[in-house]
Design a binder for this molecule. Structure first.
Ligand SMILES: Cc1ncc(C[n+]2csc(CCOP(=O)(O)OP(=O)(O)O)c2C)c(N)n1
Ligand code: SF4
Ligand SMILES: [Mg+2]
Length: 299
């Protein structure tokens, strides 16, 4: 249960950001936004204080999906678009783990797009970080679901004819309990929203505007200057107001709002809470969790 995520097994002072940094040297292009994302993840994990061996970090495939390997958590750089189903299985098999999921805009909203809705409606206690660079980075610059209309790419040489997916509206529409956006251009802000997402009891989503400096449009995506960012706190936004959050999310692609769009003030029960509840109702008729795991292992 997510409550575990905020309960360190050792004192928080025992963990610093460096404890979550692995010895693997990132091979992202110099100045890729993803360097900042992994730094923010280190900071957020240190603030939460769970030891690395109690954390599972699952990703799909893409430049961004390399991220678990750069942490000391247990990692699974899995299959394109399939990070969420794998992470749900891990969390349900071992609810005490803190489970992070990360990937690209293509991984999450093209090939894996269908899984997002189901992870949200099940409310499995996961933190899902999408490193949104509005392009397919790993495969050298094709159009992604969040690419702006008109973008010229390797796969749209005359300019894209399609409207982009709005990741913020998508997850808000399906009822995610926690929705935030950050950017490595504001490292402290990004670390803070990732920490909040981890602590939130239920499915939590963080869209990170993390530009691809090689194939994307980094300047346009971050509007060149930090001053162009619009922190939601500065707009007087009340994150418990879901409809207002949806109205602000409409500006995706136009204004770079950072911070928490929505935090459900009365979080819904997680999937695991409901499983425990059903087990209690069934009493001796319930198949023990260990037996269920044995049956799966035997398949
Ligand atoms: C099933 C499958 N289809 C296609 C691919 C090729 N592929 C690998 S990564 C990728 C897209 C990467 O874009 P994104 O998810 O946005 O991540 P980024 O590299 O931009 O971080 C594609 C199409 C694959 N690996 N597996
Ligand atoms: S191709 Fe783009 S997303 Fe991939 S590492 Fe390079 S800058 Fe980052
Ligand atoms: Mg991408």
């Amino acid at each position: 249960m997510k409550a575990m995520n905020s309960t360190p097994t050792r004192s928080i002072e025992d963990y610093a950001a460096k404890d979550y940094k692995s010895d693997l040297k990132p091979i992202w292009c110099p100045a890729c936004g993803d360097y900042g994302v992994v730094q923010a993840v280190y900071r957020a994990l240190a603030a939460v204080g769970r030891p690395p061996h109690e954390i599972a970090f699952v990703s799909g495939i893409g430049c961004s999906s390399r991220i678990p390997g750069y942490t000391t958590a247990y990692g699974f750089n899995s299959v394109h678009g399939r990070a969420l189903p794998i992470a749900q299985g891990i969390k349900l098999a071992n609810p005490d783990l803190l489970v992070l999921v990360a990937g690209g805009d293509g991984d999450g909203f093209s090939i894996g797009g269908g899984h997002v809705a189901h992870a949200i409606r099940r409310n499995v206690d996961l933190t899902y970080i999408v490193m949104d660079n509005q392009i397919y980075g790993l495969t050298k610059g094709q159009l992604s679901p969040t690419s702006p209309r008109g973008l010229r790419t390797a796969s749209s040489p005359y300019g894209s004819l399609e409207e982009p997916v709005n990741p913020l509206l998508y997850v808000l529409g399906y009822g995610a309990g926690f929705v935030a956006q950050g950017t490595p251009a504001d490292m402290a802000g990004l670390a803070a929203v990732i920490e909040e997402a981890i602590r939130f009891p239920g499915f939590a989503f963080v869209n990170v505007q993390s530009p691809c400096v090689t194939f994307g449009q980094a300047d346009a995506q971050l509007k060149t200057h930090k001053a162009e960012m619009q922190p939601l706190s500065g707009l007087g936004h009340d994150p418990s107001d879901r409809l207002k959050a949806m109205a602000l999310a409409q500006a995706y692609g136009e204004s770079l709002h950072t911070g928490v769009f929505y935090r459900n003030p009365a979080p819904a029960p997680t999937f695991d809470d409901l499983v425990q509840q059903r087990r209690a109702e069934l009493g001796p008729r319930a198949v023990p969790r260990e037996r269920v795991l044995e049956l799966f292992a035997a398949r």
